[in-house]
Design a protein around this ligand. Structure first.
Ligand code: NAG
Ligand code: NAG
Ligand code: NAG
Ligand code: NAG
Ligand code: NAG
Ligand code: NAG
Length: 469
C-alpha cells in the first residue's frame, strides 16, 4: 500500500487533469481539504467540490491537435494505467453524446498504447515529450533495480501488476463500446497488444524449467528508499508452477504479492481478453489476436475454477504447488469485486460464500471499529480501511439493507467534504489522502449503477436515471 502516495486524478471530481491549470488556481490537494461552494440540500448538506471553471484543466481543442492526453494521478505528475482506466469508467455512458469527452479518452488510449508497446511491465509513466513537461523524480524508485531495465524519462515506476494491462484493455473496449469508433486501433495500439500477449505468455511459465533452470523475464528488487520491501528470490518472488494463470508481482494496492497467481487480477484479465476478442471481431481486425485472446481467456477461466477454489471459497493468491492465501485486498481487482469485474454473477454460490468470509474476521485484511469497517491493506496499517472495499461490496449484492448500510457508512465518513478518501481509521475516523480520484470515480460509477438497478434507494421519485437528462 502506498499511504500518502496513492494514485488519483481529478477527473473523478469533475475536472480532468490535463496539466496546465492557471497559476492562480489552488492545487486540488489543498482545495479538497476544506468545504467549497454551496452545500447540497440533501440530509448531509455536502459541499460543492468541483474546481471553478477557469481552473479546470481539460481543453478539448488541445486534445484535438495533439491527440495525446496525459492524466496525472494527483500530487505526483505521473500517469498510472490502472488508475486512468478506472477514472474514466463512470464517464462511459456519456461518450456517445459528448464528442469532446470521447476525444479525450481516445487521446488517453493513444498515449497508453505508446507506453505499453515500449514498457509492458511498467504501471506508471512520465509525461510524453510533446507535452513539454519535465519528467518528475520518483524518490521511491531510487533504490530499485528492475529488469528489463527502464528509462526514467518515460517510466515513473515499474512495478509489474497484470491488472495495469487489463486497465488499458478495459479503457480501449469501453471506448469502442460507447462510440463504435475504432480509429484508436492503429499500429501503436496493435504493438501494445503484441507486448501484452508477450507478458501473458512469459508470466504464466513456471519459475523453474524441466532442468531446474530459473526462468526469469522480469525481476524487481527494492532497496534503499524503495517503499515496498525487496522481492525475495532475487526479485522474482515465490516460485510458481504452471496452472494457466498469469503471475504478477504486486497487488492493486501496491502491496507485495505473497503468491504470484493473483486470482481476481486473472479474473479481470480473462473478462477483458474476451472483450478484446469481441471488439476485434466486430471491427473485422486481427483474427489471429482475437483467437489468441479467446484461447487465453478460456485457459485462465478454467484455471480459476479448477485450481483456486476449496469448499466454495476462492483463494486470493495461489502458487500452483497447492499454496493458497485466503484473504482480500482493498483495491480493485479484488475477490469482493468479482461481479463488478464481470467474472461471475453476484448470486453464484462460490461468490456468496467467499464474500461472507471476506467481510468477517476470517479475512486477515478485514477490520471493524466504531468509525469504519471493511477491507484494508498492509497489515501494519490494518486499522485504516479503504472505502473502495465498501463500494465493491455494494456492487456485489442485491440486498437493500446491506447496500444502504455500506452507502451510509461511506457517505457519513467524508468529514463533511463529500469526497471519498483513500482510507479511514476504524478507531477515530481520521483519513488518508484528501484527493484520491480513483475512489471518487468508483463511487460515482456505483451510484450510476444503483440509479439503474435500484433507483428507489437513492431517488425520491423512484425513477431510473437516464444518462444525459
Ligand atoms: C533518472 O536517473 C538518473 C540516474 O540515476 C538520475 O540522475 C535522474 O535524476 C533520474 N531522473 C528522474 C526524472 O528521475
Ligand atoms: C532478471 O531478468 C532478466 C530479464 O529481464 C534476466 O535476464 C535475468 O537473468 C534475471 N535475473 C535474475 C537474478 O532473476
Ligand atoms: C497477428 O498477425 C500480424 C500480421 O498479420 C502480426 O504482425 C502480429 O504480430 C500477430 N499477432 C499475434 C499476437 O500473433
Ligand atoms: C449515518 O448517519 C445518519 C445520520 O446521522 C445515521 O442515522 C445513520 O445511522 C448513519 N449510518 C451509518 C451506517 O453509519
Ligand atoms: C468517530 O466516531 C465517534 C463516535 O461515533 C464520533 O463521535 C466521531 O465524530 C467520529 N469521528 C469522525 C472523524 O468522524
Ligand atoms: C489549460 C487551459 O488552457 N485551460 C483553459 C480552458 O478554457 C477555459 C475557458 O473555457 C480557460 O479558462 C482555461 O484557462
Amino acid at each position: 500500500m502506498r499511504l500518502g502516495f496513492a494514485p488519483w486524478v481529478s477527473a473523478a471530481v469533475g475536472a480532468s487533469a490535463l496539466l496546465g491549470a492557471a497559476a492562480q488556481c489552488p492545487d486540488f490537494t489543498t482545495y479538497s481539504q476544506s468545504p467549497q461552494g454551496n452545500p447540497s440540500s440533501g440530509p448531509l448538506a455536502l459541499p460543492y467540490m468541483r474546481p471553478a471553471p477557469a481552473c479546470r484543466t481539460f481543453n478539448s481543442t488541445s486534445v484535438e491537435t495533439e491527440n495525446l492526453a496525459f492524466i496525472i494521478t494527483g500530487d505526483i505528475t505521473a500517469q498510472w494505467l490502472r488508475d486512468t482506466a478506472n477514472q474514466f469508467a463512470h464517464y462511459h455512458t456519456l461518450l456517445s453524446g459528448d464528442k469532446e469527452l470521447a476525444t479525450l479518452v481516445k487521446a488517453v488510449i493513444n498515449n497508453e498504447a505508446r507506453y505499453v508497446s515500449q514498457y509492458p511491465y511498467c504501471g506508471a509513466f512520465q509525461p510524453p515529450p510533446e507535452s513539454g513537461l519535465a519528467p518528475s523524480h520518483n524518490d521511491w524508485a531510487d533504490g530499485v533495480t528492475v529488469n528489463p531495465p527502464v528509462n526514467n524519462q518515460t517510466v515513473f515506476e515499474c512495478k509489474y501488476e497484470i491488472d495495469s494491462l487489463c486497465g488499458f484493455l478495459k479503457l480501449s473496449r469501453s471506448y469502442y463500446q460507447a462510440t463504435k469508433d475504432s480509429s484508436f486501433m492503429n499500429s501503436n495500439w496493435f504493438m501494445a497488444l503484441d507486448q501484452i500477449f508477450r507478458v501473458i505468455w512469459e508470466q504464466s511459465q513456471s519459475t523453474f524449467d524441466d532442468d531446474f533452470n530459473l526462468v526469469s523475464y522480469y525481476n524487481w528488487t527494492g532497496g534503499n528508499g524503495a517503499l515496498s520491501p525487496a522481492v525475495n528470490n532475487a526479485g522474482n518472488g515465490e516460485p510458481k508452477l504452471y496452472t494457466g494463470l498469469v503471475g504478477t508481482h504486486h497487488r492493486p494496492s501496491d502491496d507485495l504479492s505473497t503468491f504470484a497467481f493473483l486470482v481476481p487480477a486473472n479474473a479481470m484479465l480473462s473478462v477483458e481478453l474476451t472483450n478484446l476478442a469481441n471488439i476485434l471481431d466486430a471491427t473485422k481486425q486481427a483474427k489471429n489476436i482475437s483467437q489468441l485472446a479467446r484461447k487465453y481467456s478460456s485457459t485462465i477461466t478454467n484455471a480459476i475454477w479448477t485450481t483456486t477454489i476449496v469448499d466454495s471459497i476462492f483463494a486470493y493468491e495461489t502458487n500452483g504447488f497447492g499454496g493458497r492465501y485466503v484473504m482480500d485486498d482493498a483495491n480493485v481487482p479484488s475477490l469482493l469485486s468479482l461481479p463488478y469485474l464481470g467474472f461471475l454473477k453476484k448470486t453464484h454460490p462460490a461468490y456468496v460464500a467467499t464474500r461472507k468470509l471476506l467481510l468477517s474476521r476470517k479475512n486477515p485484511y478485514y477490520a471493524a471499529g466504531k468509525n469504519f469497517s471493511g477491507i484494508g491493506c498492509d497489515l501494519a496499517l490494518q486499522l485504516f480501511i479503504r472505502p473502495m472495499s465498501q463500494i465493491s461490496a455494494i456492487f456485489g449484492t442485491d440486498d437493500d439493507k446491506e447496500i444502504m448500510q455500506s452507502l451510509y457508512l461511506i457517505a457519513n465518513n467524508t468529514h463533511g467534504l463529500g469526497l471519498i478518501h483513500e482510507s479511514i481509521s476504524i478507531y477515530d475516523g481520521t483519513y488518508t489522502r484528501p484527493w484520491f480520484a480513483w475512489a471518487n470515480s468508483y463511487f460515482a460509477e456505483m451510484l450510476l449503477d444503483l440509479a439503474q438497478r435500484k433507483p428507489y434507494l437513492i431517488f425520491k421519485d423512484n425513477k431510473p436515471y437516464t444518462p444525459g437528462q
